[in-house]
Each structure stands twice: as C-alpha cells, then as structure tokens.
Design a protein around this ligand. Structure first.
Ligand code: SAM
Length: 230
C-alpha cells in the first residue's frame, strides 16, 4: 500500500533537514519529531510540511529556530558517573603509553562532557587536547562561556569539583586541555580520526551504526565503549 501524501511530505521534509543541516532525523522517534516540527509550524502559521519546507528555504533564522527545537541538550558533568568510571582504565592506559592524547567530544552540548574529560585527563596526569563539537550553535556558545550553575555538578564527585572548578568555572589547567571547537562530522569521520588501539566512548544512549560499526570492536556493550584494532 502506498504511503499517505502527508507521510511522504513529512519524510521529504526530514530528509531535507538531514541532508542540508546534518541533523540525522532518523535517530528520533517520528512522534517526537512531528511534535517538535508542529511547534515551529504553528509559530509560523503554516499547516503543511511543504509550506514549512518553503519557509526553511528562504528563512535561515527559522532554520536555526527549528534546529534549536530539534536538538536535545541534556547534559551534566560526569553524567552517568559509572560510564566515566568504566572509561578511566582506558584513559589511564593511554596516558601511560602516549606522550599526548587527542580527544573528541562529539555532541558536546554546553561543554560539561568535554570538561569532564579534561578533569579525567588531568587526574590521569595526561597531556593532550580535546575537540568539542556540536550542531547546536547555542550550545557551543555556552561551551565557550564555560560558566556553570550548581545543577550541572550534581553527579560530579565533590572532591573533583573542588579541585578543578572555582565559582562554577573550570580552573586553568583544565581549560588548557580544551580549546578547540568546530562542527560535528559523521561516525565515519570519528573512526578515521581514531588511532589504531584508540577508544571511542558513546555512552548508554547512542549506538554506532553504518560502515563505521564494522571497523571498531565493541568492548563494553553497556557503556558502548569501542576500540579500534591496532
Ligand atoms: C543529549 S546531548 C548530550 C551531551 C553530552 N554528550 C552528554 O552526554 O552529556 C546531545 C547533543 O548532541 C548534539 N547533536 C545531535 N545531533 C547532532 C549532529 N548530527 N551533529 C552534531 N551534534 C549533534 C545536540 O545538539 C546535543 O547538544
């Protein structure tokens, strides 16, 4: 049976967003996606997906409003603390075997994740550089400002907070580890970027898919930690 025209128009709109802005709509549940797009359509007073697509073509500001509505920015320092505990031995081993580490926080939201990594690197005595990227410009701006409310710290061990933060801001040695930001690229690029023997942490929620999946070994299915064969 052929799909209803409205369903086809919805698919063509989400394909367009994925193609033009790199936000993979396929990973959102349709219901959730429809609800968020409907909010923007109501705000602009249009009733069809075709009309809304036409607005996106001529109004870059609306495109940004839509991307802000579509991205989910939940994050905290040491979010899911057991995930970070699972990563520690890998970081310790890498810190011992290499003079300098390069880390990529892909989908960094407002920066709590890359700063969590910076703290762990400092704890492991590692030298290195952290890249933090996100599709959401507002999030990147917050990452740049790096000023955090108490609520961001509720999962962070108190001793680490006291060691590495003052007045909600990271102290200098931690800031230094983390200074580059750019736009996020794709899973294939992650795997290309990973050194042989390197570790990719996705955490509980994300799943590696596509050809990139074939190139890595899943070593911790619960915390989704992958290694690249040496
Ligand atoms: C739920 S937050 C998670 C933040 C952090 N990684 C953590 O685990 O605490 C997901 C972030 O991924 C970003 N994101 C989603 N799709 C993206 C894409 N295709 N490219 C870049 N960033 C993306 C969102 O803007 C959001 O800031």
């Amino acid at each position: 049976m052929s799909k209803a025209p409205q369903e086809r128009a919805f698919e063509s709109l989400t394909d367009k967003i994925s193609r033009e802005r790199g936000v993979s709509c396929g990973s959102y549940k349709d219901k959730c996606l429809k609800r968020r797009i409907a909010v923007r359509m109501r705000a602009r007073g249009v009733h069809t997906y075709e009309d809304y697509a036409a607005i996106l073509d001529r109004d870059a500001h609306e495109y940004q409003e839509l991307l802000d509505a579509l991205t989910i920015n939940v994050t905290k320092f040491f979010r899911n603390v057991e995930t970070w505990n699972a990563l520690r031995p890998y970081l310790d081993a890498l810190a011992r075997s290499r003079p300098s580490l390069r880390v990529w926080s892909a989908g960094c939201a407002s920066g709590e994740e890359p700063y969590t990594i910076a703290v762990l690197l400092a704890e492991a005595g590692a030298q290195g550089l952290i890249d933090a990227t996100d599709v959401d410009r507002l999030s990147l701006e917050r990452t740049r400002q790096a000023k955090y409310p108490d609520a961001a710290f509720t999962e962070m061990p108190a001793n680490l907070r006291h060691r590495y933060f003052r007045d909600g801001q990271p102290v200098e040695p931690v800031r230094e580890l983390f200074e580059r930001q750019a736009q996020e690229r794709l899973f294939q690029v992650f795997v290309d970027a990973l050194a042989p023997g390197g570790v990719l942490l996705l955490g509980k929620v994300e799943t590696l898919f596509g050809p990139a999946r074939e190139r890595l070994t899943l070593v911790d299915p619960r915390e989704r930690i992958y290694t690249k064969p040496a």
